[in-house]
Design a protein around this ligand. Sequence first.
Ligand code: NAD
Length: 477
Amino acid sequence: MSYEELALLIDGRWTQGTSGKTETVVNPSTNEALGELPLASIADLDEALEASQKGFDVWRKTPAIQRQTIMEKTARLLEERMDVIAANLTREMGKPLKEARMELGAAIDVLRWYGEEGKRVYGRVVPSRITGMRQTVKKEPIGPVIAFVAWNFPAINVMRKVAGAIGAGCSITIKASEETPGTCIAIGRAFMDAGLPAGVLNIVFGDPATISSHLCASDIPRKLSFTGSVPIGKHLQKLAADKMMRCTMELGGHAPVLVFSDADIDAAVRNCVAGKYRNAGQVCVSPTRFLVQEAVYDKFATAFRDQASKLVVGDGLAEKTDMGPLIAERRIEVMENFMADALSNGSSLLTGGERLSNSGSFFAPTVLGDVTDDALIMNEEPFGPIAPISRFSTLDEAIERANRLPFGLAAYAFTKNAKTAAALSSEIQSGMLAINSLMVASAETPFGGIKDSGYGSEGSIEGMETFLTTRFVTEIF
Ligand code: NAD
């Protein structure tokens, strides 16, 4: 099976661009080259900007039901092409094939949801204080959107932005990750084959800083949407400020998991191991700080270690693989740094702790015990397969430690006590909180953070709202 044909999408045309420059896309399981990605020149970016204005002018006037018809057709094409797209997603990103298929399925779900919701973008009529006056509140697509997304979910990160914009009647120019471009291109091909007008979706790649500064300096985009790290999010927000561009920021997290002594520990461990090593821990809402109440600490840590050490690590295309590689060699060095710091701080190594092979970026599923809050891994987002476990004694201590970081994306807890659950529900500082499960993402619920983890939801009516602007019209007859 061949890898996706790599290209830019500008004004409805698939092109190699005019820069003559390319970047090699690498399979992180094998370090083999998958293809050469063309990089956009400044002239290509200008063409994409013009096209996105033209596309917006057409798309905003297209009835929502016609927009939804094209989105539904795109969803069906993606379903037909699922086997090929999922295999290529695994090859470029590394995650196990079953996870790639699930991700693509979730992306198609998001696409359908935004397509349907676009038909329900209602305004309202406000009763007037003056006889004969009509007051109308209108919801309109905000304008051409620019978007930048991380590599860890090559389908869903892209689709949350593209389907939201297109469902709301906006055009969008997206720069997906240069490390995982094939999935974004495959999504673009499905949209074009379904009849999306030229310019409504543009896909570019290149030097990220050059692209964002050029696109942000233009008067055309009216909204910037970003999925990535906190520092880059803060940088992009500053660039967007000069043009008063609205932003959505989906940034990093460091999710606490509070395990109380009254919890079903078997269920907690099962959920936490599955959640922690999904996508090799490269998930923004990954459970990353396990705080366990004294009385159940030993039981939890032992069962966690036993299950983590049984996971099969390997090429995501192999049927038995539970966990694939990290995205690239650079992430192995980050894991080794976390390990050295934690071990020198008195943590105990329960399992794993080292890279597994030199032919790909594989790192063992790792569990650290008795990790203190001054360890680096308890403060910086791990974004890898290391699970630090720590003890706590009281509810107040657990809440205080859960809230101590600048992040506020996801948080989790396991307890059977309704009073504890109620206290967590009101006191935990996170955009999303799941109690007795790790489920925080679906097409119809708001996904997003608070504090340094960003703002502006994706999915749900709140996600749709971020692509709309409110206008007020009064008329006297
Ligand atoms: P990163 O911020 O370095 O890169 C993310 C993306 O931004 C990449 O595609 C990169 O090409 C692009 N980028 C980098 N510099 C840019 C610039 N100056 N202008 C425009 N684009 C630029 O992050 P990373 O470490 O590669 O990715 C992981 C991060 O993403 C983690 O912090 C993770 O939590 C976060 N993330 C958040 C969510 C969410 O929904 N909250 C989802 C997925 C990932």
